[in-house]
Design a protein around this ligand. Structure first.
Ligand SMILES: Nc1nc2c(c(=O)[nH]1)N[C@H]1C(S)=C(S)[C@@H](COP(=O)(O)OP(=O)(O)OC[C@H]3O[C@@H](n4cnc5c(=O)[nH]c(N)nc54)[C@H](O)[C@@H]3O)O[C@H]1N2
Ligand SMILES: Nc1nc2c(c(=O)[nH]1)N[C@H]1C(S)=C(S)[C@@H](COP(=O)(O)OP(=O)(O)OC[C@H]3O[C@@H](n4cnc5c(=O)[nH]c(N)nc54)[C@H](O)[C@@H]3O)O[C@H]1N2
Ligand code: SF4
Ligand SMILES: [Mo]
Length: 710
C-alpha cells in the first residue's frame, strides 16, 4: 500500500513571516503559545497574548521548544529492530514498510487471540479521543493512560467524595486568603498559569502553608513550611479535621446543605488530637492549633490542595480525600478564593466537540487491567496501567501480545524498569510512537517518530474551567525529518487493518470540521486566536442551590458506597510508616523547574542545567554514617546499586534522601543525557506492583534504600 506524502498545511514552508497560535508541547500542561515563523522556520516562541491568564512568558522548558525541534538526536524516520530487544540495532524503514510490518503482526495476533490482545497506553490529556478510538477500532478494551503513575490517587479520592475528577475543580489562588499545599511544589513542578495565579494570591496577601519533607522554591515563598515526616500527611489531616470539628469553626450551613456523613467523620477522628499527630509528623501540636485558628479566620477563602503527585504511598488516596474533606468543612466550594467547580460547554449553554470514538462500536470485553470488574471502585476511562503490565506478565485474565506506547515512556515512568521489561518480553510486538529515543522506544520493535508539536496539528480539545473553551494546536512549520502526526499514523494503521471507515479523514481540517459540528465555532475563528471561549464571563454557580456533585446523592459523600462495596473503608485509620535509622532512608524524588520528567533530559538547551542529580541527605544522618558534603556514596536496593554524590543539607527530612527524576538515561543515541546521574525508577527495585489499594496509584515513596560511604 502506498501512503500520502508528509501531511503539511499547504504552504507552511513558503509563507511570509507570520505568527501561528498553538499549544506548547514541552509538558502536558499545553500552555497557549504564539509561534513566530520566518522562511518556514520557527524563530520565536512565547505565551499567546490573547489569553490574559497566560501572559507572554513561557517557562524554561517551553522556551526550549525550538531546541527540541532542532535536535538531531531524535528519531528521524521509522526504525525496525534488527538485533535483540534493547540492543540498539536498528534498520531504517519507510513509513509504508514500518506500517505494513506492524499491520501484518497485528493481523496475526487478532486472528489467534482476538483484538483484546492489543493494548495501547498514552500520556492522557485532552487529545485521547483519537488514541482511544484507534484501539477500540482494533476490537480492544485495553486503553490505559499513565495516570496511576501520576495523579490517580487524587483523582479517585475526588471521584469518591465529590463525584468529580481531579481536574474538575479550579483552585482560585489569586483571591485566596490561605493556600495549603501538600508537597505540591507548584513553583518548580510548574504550570505557567498556576504560577501566575499563585504569585498574584501571595501578592494580594494570602498565607501559604507548605508541607514537604524538603525545602523547595515553593517552601521559600510560603508563609509557613512544615518539614513533615514523609508519608504522614494523613495523620496531620485527621488531626486538623479533629480540631476543626472540636472547635466548631467549620461552615455549618454549607455542611448541612452539602455534606453527607459528618457524624461518621466525627467518630473517625475522635482520638486524632494535635498531640497524637505530632508523634508521627513531627509537627508540634500548638502549631497545628495556631494553623486551625488562622484558617478559621480566613475561611471560606481557604484552599487545601488535594495533591497531584504527592507522597506516592499506600495511603495517598486518604491524604487527597481528607484534603477535600477540609475544603468541604471550610465551605470553600464555589466561593471566590476557594475551590470552584469547573464548567463544561453544557454549563455555558453550548455544545461540546463531537467525539470520534462515538463512530466506533463499543467493545464488549473485560479490561485486562481488571478495572470495571475486578476493581470496580476505579475509573475505567484511564484504567490502571501497572495492572495492565501485570496482566501482560501473567497472561491473566488473557494474553496481551501487542502493545503501543504512544507518547508514554513506562520504562522511565514506573518503578523498576528491569521488572517491567519482563512484561514486555512476553509481547510479540512493541511499538513506540515518540518524538525522542525514550527508554521504551529503545526497547521497542518498531519506533514511529511523531512530528514535534511545532510541526503538527492535533485534534481540537476542550478545556473545562470557569470559562470553558475550545482550543487548537495548529501546525506552525513543516517537519524537519520523516516524521508524521498522530492522526495520520493511526489513520494509516486503521486503513491497513480494515477499519479505515472510522478514520475516513484526509486532512486534519476534515477532523476539525467533524468535531466542530453543532458547536457554532469555526476553524477560522480558532486560527485567529488559538482558542474560542464558550462563555463571556466566568460561570459561578449558586453555592447553596446550584452545585452539581456527581455522587449518587448529589452531595459530598464522606462515606462512599462504591468504596464500601469494594471492601475499602472510606474513613481508614492512619497507618504509620516504619521508623528509619542507620543506613536506611526513604527515597523521595521530584522535578526541577527546567526538566519535564525524562523527556527533556537530552534537550540541547535544558540538558545544560544539571551535570547530574545528587542525593540530598540530612546532616545528622550523614554525620552518623561518616558522610560529608560532596562525598561519593553507594545507594542500593535489592540487586541494584548506584554511585551518587551527596549533598548534605537540612533542607531534607532526616528520614529521607531526595533525588531529581529524569536522570540515568541509558540510550546511547541521547548523547547529552546518556549516563548522566542516576534514575530513581531503577532504585525502586521490586516496587512495580506496589500500589495504593484504594487509589490505585503506584506506591513509589514506599521505597527504602540503603546508603553507604564509598
Ligand atoms: N520513578 C518515578 N516515576 C515517575 C515519576 C517520578 O518522579 N519518579 N513521575 C511520574 C509522573 S508525575 C508522571 S506524569 C509520569 C510521566 O511519564 P510519562 O507518562 O511517560 O510522560 P512524559 O515523560 O511526559 O512523556 C512520555 C513520552 O512522550 C514523549 N513525547 C513528548 N512529546 C511527544 C509528542 O508530541 N508526541 C509523541 N508521540 N511523544 C511525545 C516523550 O519523549 C516521552 O518519551 O511519570 C511518573 N513516574
Ligand atoms: N518543571 C516541571 N514541572 C512539571 C512537571 C515536570 O516534569 N517538570 N510535571 C508535571 C506533572 S505531570 C506533575 S504530576 C506535577 C508534579 O507536581 P508535584 O507533585 O508538586 O511535583 P514533584 O516535583 O513530584 O514534587 C513532589 C514533592 O513532594 C514532596 N514529598 C515527598 N513525600 C512527601 C510526603 O510524604 N508529604 C509531603 N507533603 N510531601 C512529600 C517531595 O519532597 C517533593 O518536593 O508537576 C507538573 N509540572
Ligand atoms: S508549563 Fe512550560 S513546558 Fe509546560 S506547557 Fe506551559 S510553557 Fe510549556
Ligand atoms: Mo504527573
Amino acid at each position: 500500500m502506498t501512503t500520502a506524502i508528509a501531511p503539511n498545511v499547504a504552504g507552511v514552508a513558503t509563507a511570509p513571516p507570520h505568527s501561528v497560535f498553538s499549544m506548547c508541547g514541552m509538558c502536558a500542561t499545553r500552555c497557549p503559545i504564539r509561534v513566530d515563523v520566518k522562511d518556514g522556520r520557527a524563530i520565536w516562541l512565547q505565551g499567546n497574548p490573547n489569553d490574559k491568564a497566560m501572559g507572554e512568558a513561557l517557562c524554561a522548558r517551553g522556551a526550549a521548544g525550538l531546541a527540541l525541534e532542532g535536535d538531531d538526536e531524535r528519531p528521524q524516520q521509522p526504525m525496525i529492530r534488527s538485533g535483540p530487544r534493547g540492543s540498539g540495532q536498528w534498520r531504517r524503514a519507510s513509513w509504508d514498510e514500518a506500517l505494513d510490518y506492524i499491520a501484518a503482526s497485528l493481523k496475526d495476533i487478532i486472528a489467534r487471540q482476538g483484538g483484546r490482545a492489543i493494548a495501547l497506553t498514552d500520556r492522557g490529556g485532552p487529545f485521547t479521543d483519537l488514541s482511544k478510538s484507534f484501539i477500540r477500532a482494533l476490537g480492544s478494551p485495553n486503553y490505559c493512560d499513565h495516570d496511576s503513575s501520576c495523579g490517580r490517587n487524587a483523582h479517585h479520592a475526588s471521584k469518591t467524595l465529590l463525584g468529580l475528577g481531579r481536574t474538575d475543580v479550579v483552585l482560585d489562588y489569586k483571591n485566596a486568603r490561605h493556600i495549603v499545599l501538600y508537597g505540591r511544589n507548584l513553583l518548580e513542578a510548574l504550570q505557567v498559569k498556576e504560577v501566575r495565579n499563585f504569585m498574584a494570591g501571595m501578592k494580594n496577601g494570602a498565607r501559604c502553608t507548605y508541607i514537604d519533607p524538603r525545602v523547595t522554591v515553593t517552601a521559600n515563598k510560603a508563609t509557613r513550611h512544615w518539614q513533615i515526616r514523609p508519608n504522614t500527611d494523613y495523620a496531620l489531616n485527621l488531626a486538623i479535621i479533629h480540631e476543626v470539628l472540636k472547635t466548631g469553626v467549620y461552615d455549618k450551613e454549607f455542611v448541612a446543605r452539602w455534606v453527607e456523613g459528618i457524624d461518621a467523620l466525627r467518630a473517625s477522628v475522635k482520638d486524632c488530637t494535635p498531640e497524637w499527630q505530632a508523634q508521627f509528623t513531627g509537627i508540634a501540636a500548638d502549631e497545628l492549633r495556631t494553623f486551625v485558628a488562622e484558617i478559621a479566620a480566613d475561611a471560606p477563602r481557604v484552599i487545601f490542595h488535594p495533591g497531584w503527585m504527592v507522597a506516592r504511598h499506600k495511603q495517598s488516596f486518604y491524604v487527597a480525600r481528607s484534603a477535600h474533606i477540609l475544603n468541604a468543612l471550610m465551605g470553600s466550594f464555589e466561593v471566590e478564593g476557594g475551590v470552584l467547580l469547573a464548567k463544561g460547554p453544557g454549563d455555558a449553554g453550548r455544545k461540546g466537540l463531537k467525539k470520534l470514538i462515538d463512530r466506533v462500536p463499543k467493545v464488549d470485553e473485560k479490561r485486562a487491567d481488571g478495572v470495571g470488574w475486578k476493581y470496580k471502585h476505579w475509573d475505567a476511562g484511564g484504567g490502571i496501567v501497572h495492572r495492565l503490565y501485570a496482566a501482560m506478565a501473567t497472561a491473566d485474565p488473557y494474553p496481551i501480545e501487542a502493545y503501543f506506547a504512544y507518547r508514554h515512556d513506562p520504562l522511565t515512568a514506573l518503578s523498576d524498569p528491569e521488572a517491567l521489561k519482563k512484561s514486555f518480553d512476553k509481547l510479540k510486538l512493541l511499538v513506540a510512537i515518540d518524538v525522542n529515543y525514550s527508554e521504551t522506544a529503545w526497547y521497542a520493535d518498531v519506533i514511529l517518530p511523531e512530528t514535534t508539536y511545532l510541526e503538527r496539528a492535533n485534534i481540537l480539545s476542550v478545556s473545562n474551567g470557569l470559562k470553558p473553551a475550545i482550543n487548537m494546536r495548529d501546525q506552525a512549520i513543516a517537519p524537519r525529518f520523516d516524521s508524521r502526526p498522530e492522526w495520520w499514523i493511526f489513520r494509516e494503521l486503521a486503513r491497513r487493518m480494515g477499519v479505515g471507515e472510522y478514520f475516513d479523514f484526509e486532512t486534519i481540517e476534515d477532523i476539525w470540521e467533524y468535531q466542530l459540528e453543532g458547536t457554532g465555532v469555526t476553524v477560522a475563528q480558532l486560527r485567529e486566536k488559538g482558542f474560542v471561549a464558550l462563555a463571556d464571563k466566568p460561570i459561578i454557580a449558586d453555592r447553596m442551590n446550584g452545585l452539581k456533585f456527581k455522587t449518587p446523592s448529589g452531595k459530598i459523600e464522606i462515606v462512599s458506597a462504591a468504596l464500601t462495596e469494594a471492601g475499602i473503608p472510606s474513613l481508614a485509620p492512619f497507618v504509620p510508616p516504619e521508623p528509619l535509622a542507620g543506613d536506611r532512608f526513604r527515597l523521595l524524588f521530584g522535578r526541577p523547574g527546567t526538566l519535564t520528567h525524562g523527556q527533556s533530559s537530552n534537550n540541547p538547551l535544558l540538558a545544560e542545567f544539571f551535570p547530574d542529580n545528587p542525593l540530598m541527605m540530612h546532616p545528622q544522618r550523614a554525620t552518623a554514617l561518616g558522610i560529608a558534603d560532596g562525598d561519593k556514596v553507594e545507594v542500593s536496593k535489592g540487586d541494584y546499586a548506584a554511585q551518587m554524590r551527596v549533598e548534605v543539607s537540612d533542607w531534607i527530612h532526616p528520614d529521607a534522601v531526595f533525588m531529581l527524576h529524569g536522570f540515568g538515561r541509558t540510550v546511547p543515541r541521547q548523547s547529552r543525557a546518556y549516563g548522566k546521574g542516576v534514575a530513581d525508577q531503577r532504585l525502586q527495585v521490586g516496587m512495580l506492583n506496589e500500589f495504593d489499594p484504594a487509589g490505585g496509584g503506584s506506591a513509589m515513596t514506599e521505597t527504602i534504600v540503603q546508603v553507604r560511604k564509598l
